[in-house]
Design a binder for this molecule. Structure first.
Ligand code: RFL
Ligand code: PHB
Length: 395
C-alpha cells in the first residue's frame, strides 16, 4: 500500500503520539508507525511527573481533560538527608507547580484521541525502514498485517526512543553522541498502597538514594538506588521494603507497605546527540537525548521538543522553513540546561558506587550531605531547584 503524507513519524511513544496530534491540529497529514503492539506501548511504566510547561502544551491542544480530573497537583517536594526532611515549596518560591500523572495515562489519553480522530497510526509495524533523508522525497517503508507499506513524505521524524533506528541514519561524520553512564541504577516498584506522603520524597542516605513517588491516591511508586549489576531476582519484596524503610525513615513518619505489583531495575545514563536534524530527518524526545530519571525530565523534554517541532513542521509545509532550520539548535540549547540539572540532581542524591576507593567514597558522600544542607538552608538555592524542577519555559 502506498501512502502520501507531509510527515512520516517513526515511534508511537509520548513524543510521536503528541506530534501527530499537534500536526493534525494544524491540518498537516501524517502517518505514524510503531513497531511494538499498542498493548506493549501502553504497559510501559515510566515517568510520573509533568512540568507546568508540559501541562500547558497538552492544554493548548485540548488533551488534558482527564489529566485535570485525575492528576495530582504538587506544590513542592520533600528533600531529605539522613532522616532530616525539608519541604521545598515550589509554589511559594517560583509560583509554579508540577502534576503527578503517569506516563501510561498520558499515552492512553493520546491514543484515545488518535482513535477518535481516526488518524493513520500503525502499531505492530515490522521492518520499519526510513530512507532518502538526504533527498527531497524521503520515505518510510514497513510491513503491517502481512502487507508492504511505503510512506512518501516531505519530512521524517524519529520519535523512536534511545534504541530506535532514526538516529543511526545520521552520517557518522556529522553525528557525535556525548554520553555519561552512572555507577548507580534505580530499582523501581509499583505498590497497591496509598502513598505515605503528600508530595514526593527524595532522600539521600548512607546506603544510597531512595524516593517515594505515587501514581494516584491508592498506588505508590518507589525507587531505590542499587548497583547497576544487581539482579532483580535477588530483591525479594521484604528486602525492598526493608531498604525503603531504612532509607526513607524520618522521625514521626512511617512508610506503609503493600503488595508490590511490578518491579524492575533501570540503569542510568545521560546522552545527547550533537544534532537533531539532518536533511529531511528530525529527531525528538529520547531518540535525540536521554537523562537519568532523578530530575523527572525525560518525558517533559520529549513534550517540549515536539511542541517546538510540530509548529516548525507545520510552518515548513506551508512554505516557511525558518523555524524548522532553527529547531535542532533551539531544542539542544534547552536540552543542555536539562542535562545539567539532571546530572546535578543525580550526583547530589546518590552515593558513589562501590568501585570508588573508600576514602574518596566517604569524602564525596559527606560533601553531598553538605550540598543538600546548603540547598535546604538557602532560599536562593531552593529557587534554582524549584525553577528547574518545575520546568524551563518552552521558547
Ligand atoms: P519512548 O517512550 O521510548 O518511545 C519511543 C517509541 O518508539 C518505538 N520504536 C520504534 N517504532 C518503530 N520502528 C522502530 N525501529 C522503533 N524503535 C523504537 C518504541 O517501541 C517506542 O514506543 O520515547 P519518547 O516518546 O521520546 O518518550 C520519552 C519518555 O518515554 C522518557 O523520556 C521518560 O519515560 C523518562 N522518564 C521520566 N521522564 C520524566 O519526564 N519524568 C519522570 O518522572 C521520568 N521517570 C523515566 C522515569 C524513565 C524511566 N525509565 C524506565 C527509563 C522513570 C523511569 C524508571
Ligand atoms: C515517578 O513517579 O516515576 C518519578 C517521579 C520523579 C522522578 C522520577 C520518577 O524524578
Amino acid at each position: 500500500m502506498k501512502h502520501r503524507a507531509s510527515v512520516a513519524i517513526v515511534g508511537a511513544g509520548p513524543a510521536g503520539l503528541l506530534l501527530g496530534l499537534i500536526l493534525h491540529a494544524r491540518d498537516i497529514d501524517f502517518v505514524l508507525v510503531e513497531h511494538r503492539s499498542r498493548e506493549h506501548v501502553l504497559s510501559r511504566i515510566r515517568a510520573g511527573v509533568l512540568e507546568q510547561a508540559s501541562v500547558d502544551v497538552l492544554d493548548r491542544y485540548a488533551l488534558a481533560t482527564r489529566l485535570h480530573e485525575e492528576g495530582l497537583v504538587h506544590g513542592g517536594i520533600h528533600l531529605q538527608v539522613e532522616g532530616r526532611r525539608t519541604h521545598i515549596d515550589f509554589a511559594g518560591l517560583v509560583g509554579r507547580t508540577v502534576t503527578v500523572y503517569g506516563q501510561q495515562r498520558v499515552v492512553a489519553d493520546l491514543m484515545e484521541r488518535h482513535d477518535e480522530l481516526g488518524t493513520a497510526v500503525y502499531y505492530d509495524g515490522s521492518e520499519v525502514t526510513p530512507s532518502g533523508i538526504d533527498g527531497s522525497s524521503p520515505r518510510v517503508e514497513f510491513r503491517h498485517d502481512g502487507e508492504d507499506h511505503a510512506v512518501e513524505a516531505d519530512f521524517v521524524v524519529g520519535t523512536d526512543g534511545y534504541h530506535g533506528v532514526c538516529r543511526t541514519l545520521l552520517p557518522s561524520n556529522l553525528l557525535d553522541v556525548v554520553e555519561r553512564t552512572y555507577d548507580a541504577a534505580w530499582l523501581g516498584i509499583l505498590a497497591d498502597v496509598a502513598p505515605s506522603t503528600d508530595e514526593l520524597i527524595y532522600s539521600l542516605h548512607p546506603d544510597g538514594f531512595a524516593m517515594h513517588s505515587m501514581r494516584s491516591l491508592t498506588v505508590s511508586r518507589l525507587y531505590l538506588q542499587v548497583d547497576p549489576a544487581e539482579d532483580i531476582a535477588d530483591w525479594s519484596d521484604a528486602r525492598i521494603w526493608a531498604a525503603l524503610q531504612e532509607r526513607l525513615g524520618a522521625p514521626g513518619w512511617s512508610l506503609t507497605e503493600g503488595p508490590i505489583t511490578e518491579k524492575s531495575i533501570t540503569p542510568m545514563r545521560s546522552s545527547v546527540a550533537s544534532t537533531l536534524a539532518h536533511g529531511r530527518l528530525f529527531l525528538a524526545g529520547d531518540a535525540g537525548h536521554i537523562v537519568p530519571p532523578t530530575g523527572a525530565k525525560g518525558l517533559n523534554a520529549a513534550i517540549a521538543d515536539v511542541a517546538m517541532l510540530g509548529e516548525a513542521l507545520a510552518a515548513a509545509v506551508r512554505g516557511s522553513d525558518g523555524a524548522l532550520a532553527d529547531y535542532s539548535d533551539r531544542a539542544l540549547e534547552r536540552q543542555w540546561k536539562i542535562q545539567s540539572f539532571s546530572q546535578w540532581m543525580t550526583d547530589l542524591l546518590h552515593t558513589p558506587g562501590t568501585a570508588t576507593p573508600e576514602d574518596e567514597r566517604r569524602f564525596r558522600y559527606r560533601s553531598r550531605v553538605g550540598q543538600v544542607a546548603y540547598v535546604t538552608g538557602s532560599r536562593f538555592a531552593q529557587q534554582a531547584l524549584a525553577e528547574q524542577y518545575t520546568g524551563l519555559v518552552i521558547a
